[in-house]
Design a protein around this ligand. Structure first.
Ligand SMILES: [Zn+2]
Length: 92
């Protein structure tokens, strides 16, 4: 049985991708900002360097998540996206 991919839009390039190829950032109701999990308003970013290293990415995320992000966020975000990309490159 084939599964129909769930398509989501990258908030940076505005292209749609299969959800599993995107990094999901969620503003969880209880936990705050979470990556790949959590319940609440979410934004998706594709793994193209142009998108995640965009200097306006924080602004775009704040707008998409309707929240104010901590200055530390970008640091965590960069770590997350790097480990996420390592993962996809290894084909796991
Ligand atoms: Zn993108």
């Amino acid at each position: 049985m084939q599964q129909v991919p769930v398509m989501r839009m990258c908030i940076s390039c505005r292209k749609t991708y299969d959800r599993k190829d995107l990094l999901k950032i969620t503003k969880d109701h209880n936990e705050g900002i979470m990556f790949q999990k959590g319940m609440g308003r979410s934004a998706y970013i594709c793994n193209s360097e142009k998108c995640y290293s965009d200097s306006k990415i924080k602004k775009k995320l704040q707008k998409a998540l309707k929240t104010c992000l901590e200055p530390e966020f970008i640091e965590i975000f960069e770590k997350e996206i790097t480990s996420y990309n390592d993962h996809s490159n290894k084909g796991i």
